[in-house]
Write a new protein. Structure first.
Length: 231
């Protein structure tokens, strides 16, 4: 990275800082993540929007950091700014992932109707794409947490299992920063269903293909809307 600075290759230096920041965030080192990501952001701003994809990633990572820290207004602002760039540049995969991130922020604040709208748009977009398996699996996992928050424990268990199957298939572990939240939701779903019903729902979800799981996640919208409206 220092060499990039010496050579004046700012885009490479900014990208390196983004990677370091995202790695720190994944490990739960928020202080280090903030230092790296904010420095990268300064470089992105200096360069303008010439490196659009990197700018989207940087703002998204800063938004995720704010979300993990409970700074929901800042998270929403950063993710919305990133989403606007993704939409204007026609980057569908970025847009879908940012909608998932915004849905997580809305869910964390109890704004379930907003979270549901965003997740429908996200899942619909991923349903039409045949790449980025990990991001599609993460969309299933976020929908599972939303279903759990809405009291739809069986559907949540199936989607958690489907999401885990995606990670297992590609050999990817859930990052440490996400584990406590994830495990808390899974434990709550298990307690609601009981061990036997939880195992049955989990096995059913694990048996779904990725496309089947995405279709299943988008089912029963009317029931979910009724539940959201009544809360």
């Amino acid at each position: 990275m220092a060499r990039y600075r010496e050579l004046g290759i700012h885009s490479h230096a900014a990208s390196a800082l983004d990677v370091l920041g995202e790695l720190a965030l994944a490990q739960g080192d928020f202080a280090q993540a903030r230092i790296r990501l904010e420095e990268a952001r300064a470089w992105h701003q200096e360069m303008g929007l010439r490196v659009t994809g990197d700018t989207i990633d940087n703002l998204a990572a800063l938004g995720q950091l704010a979300y993990r820290e409970g700074a929901y207004a800042r998270a929403t602002a950063l993710l919305t700014e990133s989403l606007a760039i993704a939409v204007s540049s026609g980057r569908i995969q970025f847009r879908a992932d940012l909608q998932r991130s915004l849905a997580a922020v809305a869910r964390a604040q109890g704004e379930h109707a907003q979270a549901l709208r965003l997740m429908r748009e996200c899942l619909t977009a991923w349903r039409g794409l045949a790449w980025e398996k990990l991001d599609r699996g993460e969309a299933l996992r976020e929908m599972a947490m939303l279903c759990a928050a809405l009291g739809q424990a069986e559907k949540a268990a199936r989607l958690f299992a489907a999401a885990e199957s995606v990670r297992t298939a590609i050999g990817s572990l859930l990052p440490p920063v996400a584990r406590a939240e994830h495990e808390g939701y899974v434990a709550a779903v298990r307690q609601t269903l009981g061990d036997e019903a939880f195992a049955a729902a989990w096995n059913a979800g694990a048996a779904l293909s990725l496309d089947q799981a995405l279709d299943y996640a988008l089912e029963d919208g009317g029931i979910m809307e009724t539940h959201v409206t009544s809360t």
